[in-house]
Design a protein around this ligand. Structure first.
Ligand SMILES: C[S@@+](CC[C@H](N)C(=O)[O-])C[C@H]1O[C@@H](n2cnc3c(N)ncnc32)[C@H](O)[C@@H]1O
Length: 254
């Protein structure tokens, strides 16, 4: 903890520290999320300090990629909510689609590492780097993710249309072996969509993940304003939906 605080102070400018710690906690939307998940002020404060170090490290890496504006990663504020939710909910298994450089994956993995529990299963296809707008030319999917965080990472390369059902089947059957239940036994605690933002693809991913999600599981989605898939899906399931920030939303499985 002492080392962490020292690194944090050295890396994060005072201005940024204040901005992160004090402003968000008074945001009505943040407060709603804290209340909904029972996150206390002191938990939020501790976790946002932890998050600051990770975020600064990622921003530094991002700056190396000169087209970083096009990196397509989630916003740091969205990342902070994501980080705190994972610290609170302590998922065993979380799935995300859409890794790109690995900004959101790094945030999730850092939170899991601090929890000392859980695995992140991510899906993305290896981009054609010559054409990719969201990846630096020479690097692989998830190039930003520090080596130290990779032991909790199960990275699947391929189209989520094909790979997501396969991954969930694999997780379901692992779980079944342990729990002696059927193949559709709920096996994931959290899911985050950030791959292809067409109505059909988003709806497909939500539906597929939802079937395998445990009770009280949380479904997060980036780019929910692109179309009405998030809204339509949530309504069809009667799920409580919250807008975390801009175009980042969550819903909870009752
Ligand atoms: C916006 S970026 C993800 C950014 C990442 N979540 C972050 O915050 O750093 C979208 C990614 O989705 C991937 N993608 C798009 N369609 C996909 C599909 N059908 N299956 C798997 N990955 C897909 C792209 O290759 C791209 O890397």
């Amino acid at each position: 903890m002492r080392i962490h605080r020292m690194v944090y102070r050295r890396l994060v400018p005072r201005r940024m520290q204040k901005k992160i710690h004090s402003r968000l906690i008074d945001r009505p939307r943040t407060r709603m999320i804290m209340d909904m998940f029972g996150i206390t002020d002191s938990e939020w404060s501790i976790w946002s300090k932890e998050y600051s170090g990770t975020m600064e490290m990622l921003e530094k890496k991002k700056r190396k990629f000169k087209d970083s504006k096009d990196a397509g990663s989630i916003h740091w504020r969205q990342g902070l909510h994501l980080y705190c939710l994972i610290r609170k909910l302590r998922p065993d298994d979380m799935v995300e689609t859409g890794v790109a450089s690995g900004y959101s994956s790094s945030i999730i993995l850092q939170a899991l590492s601090m929890n000392g529990n859980g695995t992140l299963h991510s899906i993305d296809y290896q981009p054609d780097n010559e054409k990719s707008k969201v990846m630096p030319k020479v690097d692989d999917v998830g190039w930003m993710v520090p080596k130290t965080l990779r032991k909790r990472w199960d990275l699947v390369i391929g189209d989520s249309k094909k790979e997501l059902p396969l991954l969930l089947k694999r997780l379901g059957s692992n779980h079944r072996k342990a729990m002696m239940h059927d193949a559709l036994h709920p096996c994931i605690d959290m899911f985050m969509h950030d791959s292809l933002h067409t109505y059909g693809h988003m709806y497909f991913e939500y539906e597929t993940a939802w079937k395998h999600m445990k009770k009280h599981g949380v479904l997060l989605s980036h780019d929910i304003m692109q179309n009405s898939a998030f809204e339509d899906f949530g309504k069809s399931k009667g799920a409580k939906r919250l807008l975390i920030d801009r175009n980042f939303g969550l819903m909870v499985k009752a």
